[in-house]
Design a binder for this molecule. Structure first.
Ligand code: 5GP
Length: 183
């Protein structure tokens, strides 16, 4: 098991699911793919706060195009570790999506409810194209095919923290994605 920086003695944390070096290597590859796919039509990255902030920052630096950024905050969990099925917009976008090539940047797709909601909501705003880049996709939990163009890692259906992901606002600054086992 790879070491978890600064968190070795936290009994709530289990094994590393995706170590930092693998995250960075995969994000570099995703950045190259997006650079090739969006040549001549620079994308607008829409980050889903708060969990995607770390991924958005690394991904954007791996894309060699003049990208623009916007952020949206939605709530689907509170501090619990299971989906409520209810998605609420806490902070809406600042930019107009009309005729823009939009990429939704998500931290993790679990049931797919949040993503389905976001996709429907943003599709109504007249973008020229709308794709999704999700760092983590939990295997086998989506009721329908989530149709995600760019996926970082497929992981088992366990609750994870780190690299932007939290439990009650903790653990977002871990460099690795780690299984959360609770106390
Ligand atoms: P979904 O709507 O796909 O069930 O859930 C998506 C949202 O739930 C994610 O954007 C994230 O905020 C949260 N979420 C889902 N799985 C996990 C997890 O394993 N760990 C953490 N920290 N949040 C998760």
């Amino acid at each position: 098991m790879a070491p978890v920086t600064g968190a070795e003695r936290d009994p709530a944390l289990g094994p590393v699911v995706v170590p930092a070096d693998e995250l960075q290597a995969r994000i570099s590859t995703l950045g190259k793919e997006i650079t090739a796919d969006y040549e001549g039509r620079p994308p607008l990255l829409v980050g889903v706060l708060k969990g995607a902030f770390m991924f958005m920052s690394d991904l954007a630096r791996a894309i060699d195009l003049p990208v623009e950024f916007d952020f949206m905050a939605v709530s689907s969990y509170g501090s619990a570790t299971r989906t409520s099925g209810v998605v609420r917009i806490i902070k809406d976008l600042d930019l107009d999506l009309t005729d823009r090539h939009v990429i939704i940047v998500e931290d993790i797709v679990d049931s797919g409810l949040t993503l389905a909601y976001l996709r429907r909501n943003l599709a109504h705003r007249g973008p020229a194209s709308l794709e999704v880049c999700a760092l983590l996709l939990k295997e086998g939990l989506q009721k329908s095919d989530p149709d995600i163009r760019y996926v970082g890692f497929r992981i088992p259906p366990e609750f994870v923290v780190g690299y932007g992901l939290d439990v009650a606002e903790r653990y977002r600054n871990l460099a690795d994605v780690v299984r959360y086992v609770g106390s």
